[in-house]
Design a protein around this ligand. Sequence first.
Ligand code: PEP
Ligand code: MG
Length: 896
Amino acid sequence: VKYVYDFTQGDKDQKDLLGGKGANLAEMTRLGLPVPPGFTITTEACRAYLKDGAVPEELQTEVTVELRKVEDQMGRRLGDPADPLLVSVRSGAKFSMPGMMETVLNIGLNDESVLGLAAMSQNERFAWDSYRRLIQMFGKTVLDIDGDLFSDALEEMKADRNAAADTDLVAADLQELVGTFKQIVKDATGKDFPQNPREQMDLAIEAVFRSWNTERAKIYRRRERIPDDLGTAVNVQTMVFGNMGDTSGTGVCFTRDPSTGHSGVYGDYLMNAQGEDVVAGIRNTLPLATLETTDEAAYKELRAIMRKLETHYQDLCDIEFTIERGKLWMLQTRVGKRTAAAAFRVATQLVDEKLVTNDEALERVTGEQLTQLMFPQIDPEAEKVLITKGMAASPGAAVGHIAFNNAQAEQFAAEGVRCVLVRRETNPEDLPGMVAAEGVLTARGGKTSHAAVVARGMGKTCIVGAETLNINAEEGTVKVGDYVLTSDDIIAIDGSTGEVFLGEVAVQDSPVTTYLADGLEAGIAAADGDEATIDLIKSVDRILSHADKVRKLQVRANADTPVDSERAVDFGAEGIGLCRTEHMFLGERRPLVERVILSAPESTERTTALGELEVLQKGDFLEMLEVMNGLPMTVRLIDPPLHEFLPDLTSLEVKVAVAKATGQPVDPQDELMLTEVRRLHEQNPMLGLRGVRLGIYLPGLFLLQIRALSEAAAELKSKGLDPRPEIMVPLVGSVRELEIIRDEAEATIAEVASRYQVELDIPIGSMIELPRAAMTAEDLAKASDFFSFGTNDLTQTVWGFSRDDVEGVFFPTYIENSIFRVSPFETIDVHGVGRVVAEGVRRARESKPNIKLGVCGEHGGDPESIHFFAEVGLDYVSCSPFRVPVARLEAGRAAV
Ligand code: PEP
Ligand code: MG
């Protein structure tokens, strides 16, 4: 195997092997852009290292060859005392994980080469500053030394010299600091800071490999659903310097406005600085446009490159660049991260500019982003106390107590109390707190700071650079204006405006949700004249309409009340794929069911109770069918285990025992009930008397539902409406079960039809919720007009996981151990449960090619799962009403 590729050897499509950064560096090199020479060590090498715990020997030799090539090209040697070549060693995984893994800059500097660098650059200050940065980064990331030791020493030096900024320190100060830093290394590790340049490089490469498995990287991957086994690539690249004085600098920019999609000049720039200063948000940046006055030539070249990259990638790119004494260098590019709103607006903007097609635009947005846009927002009319304003970095509204650190945020979250993480700035260590909080607020940093980038990625509300906040995390206070706030205080942050309010503030529906529910006009009205929002709504409408046009999957909803059904239809559902009827038997009606269960078969008591239930049930169906007029409505016959309709065994036992112990008379009704409840008690109710089993065991129950549904349909038909009910039988494992119910149902439907003198065509189908059902689908199909995969139960029965018990208990441990990356109840487990579904589909179509196939488990609303269902050829997905727009969009994306 080949472990190392120089930048001329790869391209942008090799992200699996070269990581995102490496693949794009190669692409830029191929485009002839000014990229400092270097090479990429593959993810494969990382995987080999993580597996064996040692660097593969071939890697060492390949690195030597590639390093020599770079040295020859640059005419300098790594760490040469007279004129050193310096390199950076950076991580770069397939999926961007901002700040999660390690980077070491300035490798090649030591006690000798620092002098060479000073002489060659004629800039002593710069040389010593570079060296102290190396020791600091290397110490922290490679040698695992507490980073505060270095930053505290730096702050001390600044205080001592009365320096306001790092840049105020002079060469001698920095040289002294290098001495201090070397001592810190020695004290912490017992060894001297390594002077051998190649040893520095090798150790840094290993540290990057290892950083794949740091706690924060793992948390980030879990959250972003990035597989744990990919590994990271490592990029070794010639250093160029943005901190060589006032004709040098470094910056980050976007090829177009990441929130509107309009092309223009967007970015931040810092003079006399290295990249980390911009990203860390330590110093406040200048707008990119100011570069035009400070260095017109570099600015013009950068603009030309931006245009070239955007044309090449046909998308918004984000770019990191450095100017070294007037010479522009490209350090990174990638298709830029963006907010959900920006994704939609940029996509339609690109269509309008004829840079991409409508199909491509659809691929540029995700269901997840649409979900984010449906989040509520701060009510503009509500009374509020504005305490400060920062930069709007990630939209939405977050309201909660102030949390000053990870521990506090996690504590709040554990208690179910909402909180907002408030930090001076964030760095990768703050990730757990960001995950636990509703939103993030920082005092420093720009739109490309760590907090902003990570929050946008997570879809968390975020405000950065609220500079009037004076945060003292140790004391747990934040001063702003005349207020001194603590974690007892509640704040509200508006990630769309950057405003921070004191106290609980009302939030309201998003205008995008109004659009989705009530149409374009209503959405635009709800936007209340806000141009950006109106533009967003129009973009969503265009893309969603295109999704509807191209998608092959139909989208239905899971709904069992008229209100939910109405909402589902408003959101674009093409029918109800699952009406769970058990809810209709709980509450006030539960005693009636209890009577059915406890009375003797064929007793008058049972018949009366069933009769009463039937009247109520017919009322339910009449309402629902009227809402769903003209659209299919799949009614699932009653499913849950019997005990849900009976009093709780333990409470009943306690009640009777207490009565006995205190010598009070025991209610004979209670005693009778206790006997029955004990008789029907199950150890594994989800595998017990439920679904079709209950229907066969208690014959009157299904029958009353079927008759109620048929009569409701017949009645509406006589009135000229178009009811389209379908009957669905749950938890079927054998075709015989289905036949028994089907025979009964057909007889009942025929009887009702003739009584009402109408034609009733009610399809009867089965759920596929058991492996046996899927594996015998060709038999079941003979007695079934349609199938709906109940992937909740199917996941439960294929894995043998009790769906009500396992998720909070051992799933986190399973995810940590990479047994799965995400709960299989959330995203379909393609390799196991998915195979069972695919096999069910194959067998069903084998005996009945035109059988209608759907899915109604929770997975029906999960973007990733929807793509799988499209792939195996289902006809529809059914999901909760709020997920319907997301499902429409994802079904469209699955089709292009
Ligand atoms: C299923 O099992 O996937 C399903 C939709 O039914 P329920 O969740 O009601 O068991
Ligand atoms: Mg089920």
